[in-house]
Design a binder for this molecule. Structure first.
Ligand code: NAD
Length: 537
């Protein structure tokens, strides 16, 4: 029978610790909550109160249960209060020296049979464990943010963790209403190893001025249905924590450039812009700890387009179903469409060209094509590149997609971008604007993440089922990477990833050999009856 953990200590009551206290106390476990000093303790207590009050206000927690929850928590300064706990979980900042010192101290204070757990996101649990005299009883217990909401806990066993400790801790996860996934001690475990490359790339896009913070976030939230955009998520995680996680993953994960922290991230941390917890990160909040944006931080994206007329006649350049879909959506919205077959990317079109003559009278030219081909190739062939934008409908066929990427080339005029955004508003779609690079925003951020997941599978670190579960339960994604790959089509994914890698030939972006092999073998996903999984019927 699994061991019962009756009293648990939680050390550090910041972004994660306060939530972890709530999870235990909500599920009938007595908690001793510890901080470094009185001020930090008050802040931790306030975090817990705010979170449980919110749960009551939303009808997710009974007032009586909230009171019982609080009655189970004892607050204290210093580790001496942990003399009688069965399990201690540390959630102090992501620094190896700090965590090693703390675990050594916990080893001295806690009873001999107690299990010591670290909530580290990326550090070596083994290195933390060997700072104690009981490495067999040290384990990684990686909760996800916000801990009361996210159902995943990664349970990290080192080479010396006793099997019964891992078993007992996994059983505890079940008692907390969570799903414990067992993993070994590798930088970033499952979820962060896949999440942080993507988050870092989003910072790079913003830093390069490729797209605005709102557009980057909207592309992932509305285009791919993620619970929040990457920059909003970074603000929630805490930029200092994110920076430390990236640093460790870069060092421990073989110096993959995807994990080399974007210079902007470091600058923001140095400047004290840590995200929600400090009141300012990529966005500005009403107060430290608040999730509400400050009134003057709200950019009137939609308002900027109000009042400008939408283009009445639009040239749609492209061949195939994407162009037909786009033309249909425009026509249904009352726009006159002049359809022109893709002139084949021939630069330097002359006035005698058919495409140039066909497009002479339109207000705006849109290139409707896949996210693998540069818009500028087609724009030059139209003879009027200043009026040309790419329109990329994200998240399904044009009729269903909620989000449109408006792609500006190096020749597109600001007027054409405004007209295209206005057109999207008239179509009832959210528009985001970006530069002319493979994958634009949404696919450029999504595909490398999917490719990373294939590499993880290839390395036998985890299974497709556990990786899918980790991303759904730990990050709230609507589908896991392998479910998504089977739906999108492995050949489509490979084509986009190949285009991204061609443009930026970094080893970390090279298509995973397993993806290539499956495509070669004709396993393309759902439509062929099998991809990463078999699909009957
Ligand atoms: P945080 O900065 O929000 O909170 C850390 C807390 O630890 C602070 O309140 C600080 O006062 C306290 N602390 C520092 N030294 C202490 C000590 N010696 N004794 C007691 N308390 C001490 O950090 P966080 O984001 O909650 O991260 C904590 C850990 O959780 C890190 O290892 C991080 O990688 C991990 N984690 C973070 C997230 C996230 O989204 N932020 C998600 C999963 C895991």
């Amino acid at each position: 029978m699994a061991r019962e953990f009756k009293t648990v200590g939680v050390v550090g009551l910041g972004t994660m610790g306060a939530g972890i206290v709530e999870v235990f106390a909500r599920n009938g476990v007595d908690v001793v909550a510890v901080e470094v000093d009185g001020a930090a303790l008050d802040k931790g207590r306030a975090n817990l109160t705010a979170s449980t009050d919110r749960a009551v206000a939303r009808g997710k927690l009974d007032p009586a249960d909230r009171d019982a929850l609080h009655a189970r928590v004892t607050f204290a300064v210093g580790l001496d209060a942990l003399r009688d706990v069965d399990l201690a979980v540390e959630a102090v900042p992501e620094r190896l020296d700090l965590k090693r010192r703390l675990l050594a101290e916990l080893d001295r204070v806690c009873p001999p049979g107690a299990v010591l757990a670290t909530n580290t996101s990326s550090l070596s649990v083994t290195e933390i464990a060997v700072a104690t005299e009981r490495p067999g009883q040290v384990i990684g217990l990686h909760f996800f943010n916000p801990a009361p909401v996210m159902r995943l806990i990664e349970v990290i066993s080192t080479v010396v963790t006793a099997p019964e400790v891992a078993r007992d801790v996994r059983a505890l996860c079940g008692r907390l209403g969570k799903v414990g996934v067992s993993v070994t001690d590798r930088a970033g475990f499952i979820a962060n190893a896949l999440l942080f490359g993507y988050l870092n790339q989003a910072i790079g896009m913003y830093e390069a001025g490729y797209a605005s913070r709102e557009d980057i976030d909207a592309a992932m939230q509305q285009g791919h249905g993620l619970p929040m955009g990457p920059l909003t998520l970074l603000d929630l995680i805490g930029l200092d924590t994110a920076y430390q996680v990236l640093e460790t993953m870069y060092q421990r994960g073989g110096h993959d450039r995807r994990h080399a922290a974007a210079p902007l991230l470091r600058q923001m941390v140095t400047a004290g812009l840590l995200g929600r917890k400090s009141g300012q990160g990529f966005y500005t909040y009403q107060a430290p700890g608040s999730s509400r944006l400050a009134p003057d931080d709200l950019t009137p994206v939609a308002g900027a387009e109000a009042g400008e007329p939408a283009p009445r006649t639009v040239g749609v350049v492209g061949s195939g179903t994407v162009a037909t879909d786009v033309a249909e959506v425009l026509t249904a919205a009352g726009v006159d469409v002049v359809a022109v077959a893709d002139p084949g990317g021939v630069p330097a079109a002359g006035p005698g060209d058919q495409a140039v003559r066909d497009l002479a009278a339109v207000d705006l030219v849109v290139v409707a094509g896949p996210s693998t081909a540069p818009v500028i190739d087609v724009a030059m062939a139209t003879g009027r590149p200043a009026d040309v934008v790419g329109l990329h409908f994200v998240g399904g066929p044009a009729a269903q997609a909620r989000l449109v990427e408006v792609v500006r080339t190096v020749r597109t005029s600001p007027t054409a971008v405004r007209a295209a955004r206005q057109l999207c508003a008239a179509l009832g779609r959210t528009a985001v604007t970006c530069g002319d690079r493979a994958g634009f925003i949404a696919d450029a951020l999504l595909l490398p993440y999917l490719n990373d997941a294939v590499r993880m599978l290839e390395s036998n670190y985890s299974t497709a089922d556990d990786i899918d579960a980790a991303m759904k339960l730990g990050c709230g994604y609507p589908a896991g990477p392998f479910e998504l790959l089977d739906t999108v089509g492995l050949d489509v994914a490979l084509a986009i990833q190949t285009a991204i890698h061609r443009e930026l030939p970094e080893p970390g972006l090279a298509p995973a050999p397993l993806l290539r092999n499956l495509v070669t073998a004709g396993r393309l996903g759902r439509r062929t009856g099998g991809g990463f999984r078999d699909h009957a019927g």
